[in-house]
Write a protein that binds this ligand. Structure first.
Ligand SMILES: [Zn+2]
Ligand SMILES: [Zn+2]
Length: 329
C-alpha cells in the first residue's frame, strides 16, 4: 500500500495511505515520484471542467523521480536512475502516428486524463517514457522538463531561424518557460499579461512589457483566451506567425481581413512528439544552460495537495507538490 492524492469529486482531493502499489510490466519501470508540478490541464481535471474515466482518480502529469524497480525486459542498469516522466503515450499505429506527428495521435494514452496520474508515491511507466536526467539536475528543473518540452516544441514548430522578435501572450508557467527559452536563444521577447505579478516574473526572466503598436514576427498565445489571441493577431508584422499553445473555454475571434492582408500564418502546437522532444529538452537544459525550475514559485508537501490545487489558479508561477524525498541525482 502507498500514499496517493486522489480526486474524490470536483474540487476535492484526499490524501490516502492505502492506495494499491503499481505492478511493473515487463517493459516498464517503477518510478518513486519525488515532485509533481501543477499546470492548467490539471486544474481543469481538479475543478471538473475536464472529466476523467472514474472517481476516485489520481491526477498530476508533470513529475520526476527515481527508478526503484525494472521489468524483465528492461536493462537492470536503469535501477536508481533519476528520470523525468513523459506522460503522453501515442498509439504508434494511427495515421498521425505513422506520419511522424504522434502529438496528434487519435488514440493517445494521457496520464491523469485517461490513465491514472502521477500524484502517488510510486507509478509504473513504460521504460521508454522514463527519460534519464543528467547527474546534478535539480528537483525544480526536473519537474519542469514536461512543460519546458511543451514550450520548446512550440518554438520548434514556429520555425524560428534567426533572432526574430517574439510576443508571448500570458505569463503563466508556460508563458514564462517560453520567455526563458526564447530569451536564452537571443530573441527579443515582449509579454502581454494583465496580472501585475505574473508580468513582473516575465520581466525578471528578460522580457519587456509589450508596447502597444509594436509589431512582432512571431506571437505565442498561451492564454487560450479570446482577448489574448485577438490581441496577439493585431500585433503581428506582415508574414508573421501566430502559434496557439493555450486552449480556453471560448473560441478566439480571427479577423480574416488582418490574416489575409498581412499574409499571416496561424498554427496550433499540441504538446510534443515522442520520442524526439523529451531528449531534446534534456539536452537544452544541459547544453544550453536552461533552468526551467526558475518558474517554480511554491512547494507543498503531499498532505497539502488540496491547498496546492486550490491556490494554484491565482498564484503566479508554478506550484509543485513533493511526494517523497530522497537523493535522486
Ligand atoms: Zn502540463
Ligand atoms: Zn496514434
Amino acid at each position: 500500500m502507498m500514499r496517493a492524492a486522489v480526486l474524490l469529486a470536483p474540487g476535492r482531493l484526499s490524501v490516502v495511505d492505502d492506495w494499491p502499489e503499481p505492478v511493473c510490466g515487463p517493459d516498464q519501470v517503477i518510478v518513486e515520484i519525488r515532485d509533481v508540478g501543477i499546470c492548467g490541464t490539471d486544474l481543469g481535471v481538479f475543478n471538473g471542467s475536464r472529466t476523467v474515466p472514474e472517481l476516485p482518480w489520481i491526477i498530476g502529469h508533470e513529475a520526476h523521480g527515481q527508478i526503484v524497480e525494472v521489468g524483465a525486459d528492461v536493462p537492470p542498469a536503469r535501477l536508481g536512475e533519476h528520470v523525468a516522466v513523459e506522460p503522453n503515450y501515442p498509439c504508434r499505429v494511427c495515421g498521425p502516428c505513422r506520419s511522424s506527428a504522434p502529438a496528434l495521435c487519435l488514440d493517445r494514452g494521457s496520464l491523469a486524463l485517461n490513465l491514472p496520474g502521477l500524484l502517488a508515491e510510486r507509478v509504473a511507466v513504460p521504460a521508454r517514457y522514463a527519460w534519464t536526467l543528467p547527474d546534478g539536475t535539480s528537483a525544480e528543473d526536473a519537474v519542469c522538463v514536461e512543460p519546458l518540452t511543451v514550450a520548446l516544441a512550440a518554438i520548434r514548430r514556429a520555425g524560428l531561424t534567426g533572432t526574430e522578435s517574439c510576443l508571448v501572450v500570458g505569463a503563466g508557467a508556460l508563458g514564462l518557460l517560453l520567455v526563458h527559452a526564447l530569451t536564452g536563444a537571443g530573441h527579443p521577447v515582449a509579454v502581454l499579461e494583465p496580472h501585475a505579478e505574473r508580468l513582473a516574473q516575465a520581466v525578471s526572466l528578460g522580457a519587456t512589457p509589450a508596447p502597444a503598436g509594436t509589431e512582432f514576427t512571431v506571437a505565442f498565445d498561451t492564454s487560450g483566451s479570446a482577448a489574448g489571441g485577438a490581441g496577439a493577431l493585431v500585433q503581428l508584422a506582415p508574414a508573421g506567425r501566430l502559434v496557439l499553445v493555450g486552449v480556453g473555454q471560448q473560441p478566439i475571434p480571427v479577423d480574416n481581413r488582418i490574416v489575409v492582408r498581412r499574409g499571416l500564418t496561424v498554427l496550433g502546437s499540441m504538446i510534443y512528439d515522442h520520442p524526439h522532444d523529451f531528449p531534446t529538452t534534456i539536452d537544452a537544459i544541459t547544453r544550453d544552460g536552461l533552468t526551467p525550475g526558475v518558474v517554480v514559485a511554491a512547494t507543498f508537501p503531499l498532505d497539502r495537495a488540496q491547498q496546492a490545487f486550490s491556490t494554484a489558479p491565482t498564484r503566479p508561477g508554478k506550484s509543485i507538490i513533493t511526494v517523497t524525498s530522497g537523493d535522486v541525482a
